[in-house]
Ligand binder design. Structure first.
Ligand SMILES: NC(=O)c1ccc[n+]([C@@H]2O[C@H](COP(=O)([O-])OP(=O)(O)OC[C@H]3O[C@@H](n4cnc5c(N)ncnc54)[C@H](O)[C@@H]3O)[C@@H](O)[C@H]2O)c1
Length: 324
């Protein structure tokens, strides 16, 4: 089997001035894609701006013999999203691949989740994906080809404390991924999502809070078990090289990508699929509240679960159950 290349393809990678996005941009460019390296260069919370990160990665790619253009517009507004895609059109004439990767964190427990913590997170992750993908979508529809990769997170898919804003934005992107897969099918456009696990400044910030990275209180000498757990956790974290997420994103961005509307969890060189399953369930045409109580185990039983590919299949299943 031959190596996979991106000759002639144009990719926009948002938030590519560091962390995961930088690795995506480097890999795509090393395989021949012309890449727009977008990044505002702000803090993990999304404050401030700096041209340095986007410029630096674009230069790094060019120094390695690739083609790249830096872009520092924010994905968080419709104008910013249009400008990011405009950079690709002006520099390279088209856009074939969008990797929606830009992201920020503003964690707080739900009872302290104020609008100034919620709105910017929704704006960058969820609306940002709309704002960048929409102008690119029109180009992709016209050319009958495109690849979109959205960045989701286990923190949303599976849920974790203190991230109601982030988790909601990330799971909103699952819906966007599914709907774009449905709408893009007739136009040669495939959309998938990746939930990365990688040691970047973002993960470092989350881990610092949980005591795995940074100012970790040293375990007491007699607590050998605790010391081993922290040590093993540290060595695990050290293996979470963001470069090991990039091959999955690049494959999903390639014309050979065989799927659309799917989600992959990726870290340390491991790749697996997340999916939405449906239990076989319980049916009673005269369903009462007590029936629900009495059959709750059956309703939840994962034996024989299925993975509906679309709402039509789900409704079809219900139709067959109801009709007998
Ligand atoms: N690192 C992980 O383990 C992990 C886990 C799950 C999801 N993610 C997601 O992966 C993506 C990349 O995160 P990372 O871990 O590399 O962190 P990171 O902070 O290194 O990268 C995010 C980048 O996005 C840029 N950015 C922020 N707001 C922007 C805006 N409005 N416009 C353009 N660029 C903007 C930042 O400047 C930064 O360079 C994020 O969407 C994040 O939520 C990461």
């Amino acid at each position: 089997m031959s190596d996979l290349g991106f000759d002639g393809r144009v990719a926009v990678v948002t938030g590519a001035g560091g962390g995961l996005g930088r690795e995506y941009a480097l890999l795509l460019a090393s395989r021949g894609a012309r890449v727009v390296v977008n990044d505002t260069g702000g803090s993990t919370a999304g404050e401030g701006a700096d041209e340095g990160p986007a410029d630096g990665v674009a230069r790094e790619i060019r120094d390695l013999g690739g083609e790249a253009t830096a872009d520092t517009h924010s994905v968080a507004t419709p104008e910013g999203g249009k400008a990011v895609v405009r950079t690709a059109l002006d520099a390279y004439g088209t856009v074939d691949i969008v990797v929606n990767n830009a992201g920020i964190l503003r964690d707080a427990p739900f009872h302290e989740m104020t609008a100034d913590l919620l709105d910017p997170v929704l704006d960058v992750h969820l609306k940002g994906a709309f704002y960048v993908t929409t102008p690119a979508w029109n180009v992709m529809r016209e050319q009958g080809y495109g690849r979109v990769i959205n960045t989701i997170s286990a923190a949303g898919v599976l849920g974790t404390a203190n991230k109601s804003n982030y988790g909601s934005a990330k799971t909103g992107l699952i819906g966007l991924t599914r709907v774009l897969a449905a709408e893009g099918a007739a136009h040669g456009i495939k959309t998938n999502a990746v939930a990365p696990i990688a040691l970047t400044r973002m993960l470092t910030q989350s881990l610092t809070r949980t005591g795995v990275q940074g100012k970790v209180p040293e375990p007491e000498p007699d607590r050998a078990e605790q010391a081993m757990t922290v040590e093993r956790m540290r060595s695990f974290v050290d293996r979470l090289d963001p470069a090991l997420v990039a091959p999955v994103v690049a494959y999903l961005a390639h014309e050979d990508c065989p799927v659309s509307g799917e989600m992959y969890t990726v870290g340390a060189g491991h790749v697996a699929r997340f999916f939405v399953g449906r239990t076989d369930g319980y049916f009673n045409p005269a369903l009462s509240m007590e029936d629900v109580r009495d059959h709750f185990d059956e309703i939840r039983d994962e034996t024989g679960y299925t993975v509906p590919k679309d709402p039509g299949e789900e409704t079809g299943r219900l139709f067959r159950t109801v009709q007998g």
